[in-house]
Write a protein that binds this ligand. Structure first.
Ligand SMILES: [Zn+2]
Length: 144
């Protein structure tokens, strides 16, 4: 599952949960996404409010990042993730701190990516900060 911050034509802001970026695109195109406040179908994504966190060295992979419904959620979200990585700033291990600063308007609003533990991600989500957890990326030497 991925979470998008969305806004409608009346500037209401809300979160939408989707299987993938493509899933959002399809639902938006067919008018299935609407604002919970006013019902407007003129909904668009606020990509800068979604933050990426690569899995840190957790003892065990967090089971809640897996979606049992999607056959291959990683493949489905691949294009979205690659786009986000290209357009986000790598803040490394300062991820949780920086995501919080952005949320509380202490840092400029932008997309960031970095490393965070499962506990850090949970804490951020409890504070209402959208975090998309990714599996740890392959190291360059693994690709050779
Ligand atoms: Zn609205």
């Amino acid at each position: 599952m991925i979470i998008f911050d969305l806004t409608c034509s009346a500037d209401h802001r809300f979160e939408g949960w989707f299987r993938s970026a493509e899933d959002f695109g399809e639902q938006e195109a067919s008018g299935m996404v609407n604002c919970p406040f006013c019902g407007s179908h003129e909904v668009r994504r606020l990509p800068s409010a979604v933050h990426l966190a690569s899995a840190a060295a957790d003892p065990q992979p967090a089971s809640d990042v897996q979606s049992p419904m999607a056959a291959d959620p990683l493949a489905l979200a691949k294009a979205f993730v690659e786009d986000m990585i290209r357009h986000s700033e790598d803040v490394g291990t300062a991820f949780a701190e920086e995501a919080r600063r952005i949320h509380y308007h202490e840092s400029p609003e932008r997309a960031i990516r970095g490393v965070a533990s499962a506990d850090e991600c949970s804490a951020l989500q409890e504070e209402g900060i959208s975090v998309l957890r990714l599996p740890r990326p392959k190291k360059p030497e693994d690709l050779n």
